[in-house]
Structure formats: C-alpha cells, structure tokens
Design a protein around this ligand. Structure first.
Ligand SMILES: Nc1nc2c(ncn2[C@@H]2O[C@@H]3COP(=O)(O)O[C@H]4[C@@H](O)[C@H](n5cnc6c(=O)[nH]c(N)nc65)O[C@@H]4COP(=O)(O)O[C@H]3[C@H]2O)c(=O)[nH]1
Length: 777
C-alpha cells in the first residue's frame, strides 16, 4: 500500500464544486495521503537502506560478514565483531583472518573463500569447529557465497555462520549413548564402560571432571569405579569412604538415595571436614547423583567436580540423569552376568565350585607348579553310604548332610585349594603347592577325612559319615589332567573295593588296570562304529506244553583280537561310560527286526525278550524311543518284552512306574529280571505294571541241594501266582531242577537244560524242530 501512495498525490485537481461537504472530504483525503506517505516512504534513500540492513543483521545471532577478494573484512554484524574480541565494526574493517586467528586456522578459511571467489560456486552448510571457542568446544554451520558488484563481477565473498554446538552436542550424546548401549549389550568390562561414559560427559560438559563410585556389598562404603581424568591419589583417598548423612556430596547422596548438588564445597556444611581432599585440585563445586537399580536400590554414585562454583542447568541435569541411568543398566547387567556365571560354575546346594569351573581352572593350577619342587594332589572323594542315609532319612536330611560336609571340607583346606562337587556325593579335592613328601600329603588328606567323619546331628540323630578317597599326585602320578583324573579314579576304585572308609594312593599296578579300562572303553566305542556286536537268542519254554513261546536276546561282542566276549565283561563299563545307551538301542532294534524277520519267514510268532539297563531306562522319552523302534521294524508291541532289574526300578520308583505305564500303554510286556536279588518290597511289587517275574539263576543253581534256595524259589512262585503274575526260572540246567520247579507250580523255564543261547540261524533250526506255544502271547 505504501508503494501505491505517492508522496505528491493530491486530490485538489478534482472538481470539487461548491459542496462544503465535498471540500471537507477532499481535504481529509489529502491529509491522509500525506500521513501515509510520511509513514511509508516509497523511495527510501541509500542511507535508510543501509541503516535498516545494519539493524537487521545486528539482530541476527549468526555471524554475517563480507570480505573483499583479499580477505579483508568489508562489513560484519555486531556478534562477529564482538566474538573476534573487537569493540566496533571500524576495528574489524580492513583486517583479515590472519590478523585475528592463528595462521593455520586463517589459512584454512582463506583457502575456502578463495575457491568461492575463483569458481563463483557458493558453498552451503559446511560443519566446522569454531576458532573462537568462548571456553567450550563450539561448532558452526557455514555458508559462503560470492559477492558481486552491479556489473556482476566477483569482488569478494559473503559468509554466514550459525552456532550449531547444541545440536552437535545432542548428536554426540546420541552417538555416545548408542556406543555405550552397545558396550553394555556386548558385555564389555565395567571399568571400560565407566571410563567411556565419563569421557563422553566430560566432552559434553567442558570443565567438569567425572567419577563413578560403587556401593560396597555391605552397603556401607563407596569404592572406586572409574575416574579417567582424576588424580590417582585423589581416587585412592575417596576409595572406601563410609557413607553417611553428612559425608560430602557422594557419601550423602548414597546415604539419602537422592541427588546432592553442592555449589560451593567450601561453603557447604556437607563438606565440613572434607575440603582438604579437594583443595589441591582447585575443585569448588561437586554434583553427585546416586546410580539406582531398576528397583531403586542405590548401586553407587555418579559425580562431577568443577573448579567453578555453581549448580547444573536443566540441560546439564538431563545429561547427568542419562549418564546415571546408563551406569545403572551397565552395573545391573554385569551383576546379572556375574550371577549367571556363578550359577554355571558352582553347585547350587553347597555353593562349591562345580566340574565346569574345575575343568576351567585345573590346567592352570597344574601349570603353575610345573617345574617347581612341589606337588599338586588330586583326590576323588565319595561319602560312604550316602544313598542309604538319603533314602532312610529323606532328601532334606541328605541335602543338609552334603552342606555340612562341604563346609567341613572347605574349612579343612587352604583358600588356594579347590573343593569341587562333581555329583551327588562325589567331590574332587585339588590341593596345590604341597611339599613333595608322601607323609605330608597323607596327613593333610587324613585330616580332611577326619574333619568329615566328626559326629554330626541330622534329623535329631547323631551320625558319623565316613568317606573313600582315591588320590593321584602331580606331576609323577599323572602329567595331564585326564591322566590324573583317570589315576585318582583307579585309586578310588581300589578304595571302594577294599570296603570303603579308606584312602588309596595311586600305584603303577592300578595304572595298568586303569590303562586297560581306558583301552576297553575306546575299543567299546569302536565296536559300535565297526558293528562288532551280535545277538544270541535263548529259547524260553512252557513247562506244561514243552513249547517255545519266547526268546531272550543276549548281547555278544565279536572282539577283533579276543574273540567273542560275553556281556558280563563289558556291560558294566558300557553302563559307567553311558555307551550302553547306543548299544542298548542297537540291541532293541536288532532284536525286534529279527523277531519280525522270523514272522515274515513264516516261522511261528514268539515274544522277543530284551534286557534293559538302568542308564537306558532313565533316558528321557525312553518309551517313545521304544515305540519308534517298533514302528521302524514293523514289530507289533505285543511281541516285545522288556526285562527290567529290581535294582533299576528301585533307583527311582515313581519315575520307573511312570515309564512302565507309558510302555504298558504302547502294549509292550514287562518282566522283572533277577527277581529276589534286589530289595523290592511286596507292596511296591503290586504297583509295578509287570506281567512276569524271572527267578534269578543264583536260586535255581543249588536246587535241589540247598533247602533255603528251594524255599525262596517256592515262595517266589507262590507270590507271583498270588499277584496274578507269570513266573519263569532262568539258569535251569538239570532234570532235578525242572522237576522241583514243575512241582512248585513254575510255568516257564530257560536254561542249558533245554538250550544254550544260539545264533539266529541255529535258533531258527531249533524253532523248526519245535512248535511254538502261541497261547503265551
Ligand atoms: N550258568 C548258566 N547260565 C545260563 C543258563 N542259561 C542261560 N544262562 C546265562 O544266563 C544269562 C541270562 O541273562 P540275564 O540274567 O538277563 O543276564 C544278562 C543280562 O543281565 C546282561 N545282558 C545280556 N545281554 C544284554 C543286553 O543286550 N543289554 C543289557 N542291558 N544287558 C544284557 O548280561 C547278563 C549275562 O548275560 P549272558 O552272559 O548272556 O548270560 C545269560 C545266559 O547265557 C544256564 O542254564 N546256566
């Protein structure tokens, strides 16, 4: 509107006539036009323009300036003048950056500006560190455009720089946070994390020095965490300070659980008596913020010292809050990791190291004494009759016993020794740095045995627990960990064989046996791979009809050197090493496949009876593995009988009954093998879903000479009949035995009297000669 109104516009030229009203209107119109022209001059002079421009650029907080082709300032706004340490624009005009800044920095500016002048290409938005710092790390975003005269020639450069320090700090904080969170996620060491955190905060808050203190386990003291920029002596002085209501900033912050901002330590009562500590470093203010856990427990404090007095701004408080939050996450994460690691390396019941920790450390312990004139002693230790105590007094009492004994062992060894719980009542002792004297070693170990055997109260009873020990010394009784373990194990084997409650030190004779055992173990492993196992089948006959109704599958090992080996010679080792599981799977599958093959070949159907070891039976999902074998071989479940021993069932009666029911549901028959040798009670027997009892060979053996065996055998037969179970006698060799069994009402027999175990082909021949009694199925 101002432009449209000319300063000389007049309405006088209009024909106003005589009308007074009209004249008055024209007059008013002219006045208005003059006023508008005064307020909005349409053609300002150069001086006005210059003045406006100057006012405008002086109100802008950014640096704005123009320079000639030689880099001499032509004009600049006030902030540019002031930040270059000058009073007025006149002081700046004509100067170059070389007059104001160090040569290197000035040259960098000149290079950029020269490029703009020479190419005529402007540069927009370059981020650069400010030369004028004003006491902190400042960043600018700068644009430079060529300055042209009216004819378009480049006569210099115009520059604009904006302070982007805050944005840069926020970016840095974000980047720093991301890096710190990554460190937490990657589980970097806590002191490294703390150091990085403090350095980040120190970068963002120039002039402050940070430190992290951690609350001790007893919650009473502050311990040094990290302080990369503080003096070591200063840190050492603070380390261990007791927290309290008036203990400087940190002790008080940890005590109260809230932030303590001390603007001037020399004027604040909280610092009374503590200022001497900070005096040498010139610190004046101290802001301490507690580091909290997720559930608001104090974990430590994050503290910032400054040589300036004062309190943090809102922005600084936010930064401190972020730092303490991150520190809290890192501490908690580390503690959780430590807890998990402790749990993975220790036994939950006794708190003793477990096998994992032992295996991690043992090699190092041995290495440390190798070459020295010292021994390390490795002892296996088993509590005698622990199972009996556990079974008779209950698991709680058993646990109590283990804890007491563990505590006694720990107390009886040195801190540098290891007491490891490796199984139920099995421990390993590793004593190191002992003198190389057998008597000294023995007396140390006997002391431990004596400590264990001291009387103790359990469930209101006074008990005494003895133990067996097998010992091997490093280095002369085993150079490596595995050798030592094997030799101590061999010694333990001997200790147990000697009736327990004794200590055996490894000897060369044991070495030979242990070596042989290791060899056997390896051979057994190879036997599986090389298919060296095969089965014998022994018929089972119905006494009344004289017909074969079943066959027991018996395992044999065709050893490449020693020939055929019977199961008694290798099954215990297979059980001990767990190899019985794959071997047992092979037996089950081969027996089922053979039985099905006989059926498919048109031979009369019979039951195949397979022995099951405890190790197999206690495997998880064993029943479903049996079902899978039946499905794979195509044998119907009713043709498979599994022979379980009493001792197997008694290891875990409820678990065994549950598995038996699962097998029963599949349709498999169950029999109890070696009946009479275990200690299953009659009431327990009633709960087992079995169809058959097998009288152990040891009772049959001395019939009819031994009256006791006759009585027991007769009792088992009558017991089985009363419980509605079928009964078979094994190991029947003579006519007299058959006669006695028949008279006692025994239904079925197995033994040399009728047939030894046979290879499959001979068994088929036998089957062809005899008729199969199908009623038993
Ligand atoms: N003195 C005498 N002995 C007779 C007579 N009739 C049969 N025997 C033997 O008595 C054992 C019967 O097997 P067991 O009691 O189940 O006892 C078996 C069984 O507990 C175990 N066993 C055999 N095969 C396997 C298997 O595949 N898996 C598992 N876990 N154990 C097996 O090995 C034990 C011994 O098996 P074997 O040496 O084959 O010994 C067999 C058999 O050859 C006889 O009239 N007189």
């Amino acid at each position: 509107m101002a432009r449209k109104t000319s300063r000389n516009t007049r309405y006088a030229a209009l024909n106003a006539g005589d009308n007074v009203e009209t004249r008055r209107l024209i007059h008013a119109g002219n006045r208005l036009a003059e006023e508008v022209a005064r307020i909005f001059p349409s053609e300002p002079d150069t001086a006005d323009r210059h003045y406006w421009l100057e006012t405008m650029i002086n109100h802008v907080p950014d640096y704005i300036y123009a320079k000639d082709r030689k880099g001499r300032f032509l004009i600049a706004n006030e902030v540019t003048v002031a930040d270059n340490g000058l009073e007025s624009l006149q002081d700046l005009v004509g100067k170059t950056d070389f007059d104001l800044h160090p040569a290197k920095a000035a040259q960098a500016i000149a290079d950029v500006e020269q490029r703009v002048i020479e190419t005529g290409e402007p540069i927009f938005g370059i981020e650069e560190r400010a030369i004028v710092t004003k006491g902190r790390d400042r960043w600018l975003m700068t644009s430079k455009v060529p300055l042209r005269n009216k004819s378009g020639q480049i006569v210099g450069v115009v520059g604009v720089s904006r302070d982007i320090s805050d944005r840069k700090a926020a970016e840095r904080l974000l980047e720093g946070q991301a890096r710190l969170l990554e460190m937490i996620a990657k589980g970097k060491p806590l002191d490294q994390f703390f150091t990085d955190l403090i350095l980040l905060i120190e970068l963002l808050l120039p002039g402050v020095k940070g430190s992290i203190l951690l609350l001790s386990d007893d919650g009473q003291h502050l311990l040094h965490g990290a302080a990369p920029s503080l003096d070591e002596v200063f840190c050492a002085t603070i380390h261990g300070v007791e927290i309290g209501p008036r203990v400087g900033s940190c002790g008080t912050a940890a005590w109260r659980g809230e932030q303590v901002i001390v603007a001037d330590m020399f004027a604040d009562p909280l610092w009374e008596g503590y200022t001497e500590v900070v005096k040498p470093y010139g610190f004046r203010s101290c802001w301490s913020t507690p580091i909290h856990s997720h559930d608001r427990k104090v974990l430590g404090t994050f503290v910032l010292y400054s040589q300036e007095t004062g309190v943090p701004s809102e922005q600084q408080k936010e930064l401190i809050a972020t730092a303490t939050y991150l520190a809290g996450i890192a501490i908690e994460r580390k503690r959780a990791e430590d807890r998990i690691s402790f749990m993975a390396h220790h036994d939950a019941l006794t708190g003793l190291p477990n096998r994992v920790l032992f295996e991690e450390q043992v090699a190092g312990v041995l290495e440390a004494i190798r070459g020295r004139d010292q021994w390390a002693v490795l002892a296996f230790l088993d509590l005698d009759n622990f199972k009996l105590i556990n079974d008779s007094l209950g698991h709680t009492a058993g646990d109590e016993l283990l804890k007491t004994v563990s505590g006694r062992m720990r107390a009886a060894v040195r801190k540098s020794d290891m007491v490891v719980r490796v199984g139920g009542d099995e421990f390993i002792l590793l004593l190191n740095g002992l003198p190389t004297e057998r008597d000294v070693v023995l007396s140390r170990l006997e002391d431990i045995r004596a400590a264990i055997a001291a009387p103790l109260q359990l469930s209101g009873r006074s008990l005494q627990v003895t133990c067996s020990m097998g010992v091997a010394c490093f280095p002369h009784q085993g150079q490596t960990v595995s050798e030592l373990l094997a030799n101590a194990d061999a010694a333990m084997y001997r200790a147990k064989a000697l009736g327990r409650n004794n200590l055996q030190v490894f000897t060369e004779e044991m070495a030979a046996k242990a070596h042989e055992k290791l060899l056997r173990q390896e051979e057994l492993r190879e036997a599986i791979a090389h298919n060296e196992f095969f089965l014998h089948f022994q018929p089972q006959m119905n006494l009344a009809s004289g017909r074969i109704f079943a066959a027991e599958a018996l395992l044999r090992w065709q050893h490449p050197v020693h020939g055929v080996i019977s199961p008694g010679a290798f099954i215990p080792l297979a059980e001990e090493t767990g190899l019985i599981v794959p071997i047992g799977d092979w037996v089950l599958k081969t027996a089922c496949r053979q039985c099905k093959a006989w059926q498919d070949a048109g031979l009369p159907s019979l039951i195949i009876s397979v022995n099951v070891s405890a190790r197999q039976f206690l495997e998880r999902n064993w029943a479903s593995r049996v079902a899978a074998v039946l499905a794979e071989t195509g044998l119907e479940a009713r043709y498979l009988e599994l022979e379980l021993t009493e001792s197997l069932i008694m290891q875990d009666v409820p678990g065994a009954i549950a598995t038996m029911h699962e097998l029963e549901a599949i349709g498999v028959h169950l029999a109890i093998d070696d009946f009479g040798t275990g200690y299953s009670s009659l009431s327990a027997l009633k709960r087992f879903p079995v169809q058959r009892l097998k009288i152990d060979r040891s009772f049959v053996e001395d019939i009819p000479l031994d009256a006791d065996d006759k009585a027991i055998t007769a009792a088992i037969i009558s017991l089985a009949q009363n419980l509605g179970l079928r009964v078979i006698a094994e190991g029947v060799e003579t006519e007299a035995q058959v006669e006695f069994l028949r008279q006692s009402g025994c239904d079925e027999i197995q033994g040399y009297f009728f047939s030894p175990p046979l290879v499959a082909r001979d068994f088929e021949t036998l089957l062809g000669q005899r008729r199969v009694h199908a009623d038993a199925i």
